[in-house]
Design a protein around this ligand. Structure first.
Ligand SMILES: [Zn+2]
Length: 199
């Protein structure tokens, strides 16, 4: 898996497909984004942001180069043909609703957002606590439904955004079980504030 992380212009610019062209041809690239839009004042990790203009430019360039997006199932099954990319977003920033949905629709791309099940409608508390990062609003239940209705996918990104290697096994198991929400996208209706699925 090639995991390229396009960065904000203020850090490491990814302004063209050219440097990645050979790598993209090797397999099925997975693009990993976090947040889109302008950098907030006092942001600690600008590399997690990509401007909306740059994101749109990247998507349009991929479309114009003949790439189509691949779903998670296609990626798992390697059942893809032609030029494909997987577009992913970690954490579930609410900035995607404004800055990703319109461009993805324009380009005919499907994307996957990895949600922190226990922070739906909250903020990136893990970055705030660890780095004093500026709070970033996360997608709400309503946003997630809109995301799914637009034809996109969701995946699980643990319950609390913990580091799985640093928590007790039982807690890690709980964190990972939230992946059920990826296997059963319709289970989004079953989200509760602590990220547990009932039953
Ligand atoms: Zn994350």
């Amino acid at each position: 898996m090639v995991r390229a992380m396009p960065a904000h212009p203020s850090s490491r610019p990814y302004s063209a497909l050219e440097p990645f062209r050979e790598r993209f041809a090797e397999g099925l690239p997975v693009l990993c984004y976090h947040k889109l839009g302008p950098l907030p004042p006092d942001v600690k990790m600008p590399s997690l942001y990509v401007s909306s203009e740059l994101f749109a430019w990247q998507m349009r360039q991929l479309r114009d180069e003949g790439f189509a997006s691949a779903s998670l199932d296609e990626w798992r099954a390697s059942a893809h043909e032609g030029r494909r990319i997987v577009i992913t977003f970690d954490d579930g920033s609410r900035t995607l609703m404004r800055h990703a949905l319109p461009v993805l629709a324009e380009c005919g791309f499907r994307a996957i957002v990895y949600l922190v099940a226990g922070a739906i409608g909250g903020v990136n508390h893990w970055d705030v606590a660890a780095f004093g990062e500026v709070p970033d609003a996360l997608m709400s239940d309503v946003d997630v439904r809109e995301w799914l209705a637009a034809g996109h996918e969701i995946g699980a990104h643990t319950v609390t955004h913990c580091r799985l290697t640093r928590v007790p096994l039982g807690q890690a198991r709980e964190e990972i079980l939230a992946r059920l929400s990826r296997e059963l996208p319709q289970a989004v209706d079953r989200y509760t504030p602590d990220g547990r699925l009932p039953g």
